[in-house]
Design a protein around this ligand. Structure first.
Ligand code: IPE
Ligand code: IPE
Ligand code: MG
Length: 246
């Protein structure tokens, strides 16, 4: 059957959804208006990438540094998380999408922590796609956390220092049970990682675009997949080795 999608669909896509504030500012509206509009794009993206056959989608919703924003903006983002979780859980179940949060959730209000746990549980058996929401997440935090786990295991005599290798280290990270992202997308024009998945992005294909997140359309999501399908992933080998394996 002909498909609207290219042959090499990434298994894992991760996105820095950036540009909500500037989108609102251009319209002389408060930044929070941009965040609300951004949620609509998020919903569209989840639906689009699931339909494309992507199995893991990781979205950066709130970084560990975003607490430094004005209190009013932080509060309204927290309200928006709460509302969105309540509003979209049923839809996630209909689409067979499992949601998971990565990041330090202990800084969120008790209500929000409870809602997160409930949504994770209610969608826990869904198998079409895993949607990871990075909230109060930082790549450095993740790496330090993984180090602490290993240190504990060494201290308790469960493993020796010489048992530590990349595989064991990676399994202690937030996405330790998921494949590394194949495609990283950042909207909003900045060409940086902003403390997102530092370890996991080692060999990820990066796609940056200037479109602000609330304007990021299905056509542009398609363009990102199309661009990805034209990349040659070499993982250190030569192009010739990849073209003629064996
Ligand atoms: C991304 O949009 C959303 C969050 C960080 C929560 P921004 O709010 O960073 O938007 P800009 O970059 O200021 O336009
Ligand atoms: C990264 O965007 C975090 C999220 C999209 C949630 P920022 O807007 O916070 O990144 P910087 O500050 O421009 O690097
Ligand atoms: Mg930003």
């Amino acid at each position: 059957m002909a498909s609207e999608f290219q042959t090499s669909v990434p298994v894992h896509v991760c996105i820095i959804m950036d540009g909500n504030g500037r989108w609102a500012k251009k319209r002389l509206m408060p930044r929070t208006y941009g965040h609300r509009k951004g949620v609509e794009t998020t919903r569209l993206a989840v639906e689009f990438f699931a339909r494309a056959g992507v199995k893991h989608l990781t979205l950066f919703a709130f970084s560990s540094e975003n607490w430094n924003r004005p209190e009013e903006e932080v509060n309204s983002l927290m309200d928006l998380f709460m509302q969105s979780l309540r509003q979209y859980t049923r839809e996630l179940n209909e689409k067979q999408i499992r949601i998971r949060f990565i990041g330090d959730r202990s800084s969120f209000s008790a209500d929000l922590q409870q809602q997160i746990a409930a949504t994770e549980k209610e969608t826990g058996d869904n198998r079409q796609m895993v949607l990871n929401i990075a909230a109060n997440y930082g790549g450095r935090w993740d790496i330090v956390n993984a180090c602490c786990r290993l240190a504990e295991q060494v201290k308790d005599g469960l493993i020796a220092v010489t048992d530590i290798d990349e595989r064991r280290f990676a399994s202690g990270l937030s996405l330790g049970d998921s494949p590394d992202p194949d495609l990283f997308i950042r909207t909003g024009g900045e060409r940086r990682i902003s403390n997102f998945l530092l370890w996991q992005l080692a060999y990820t294909e990066c796609y940056f675009c200037d479109t602000l997140w609330p304007d990021f359309s299905e056509a542009e999501m398609s363009a990102a997949l199309e661009d990805y399908s034209r990349r040659q992933r070499r993982f250190g080998k030569t192009g010739e080795q990849i073209e003629a394996p064996g």
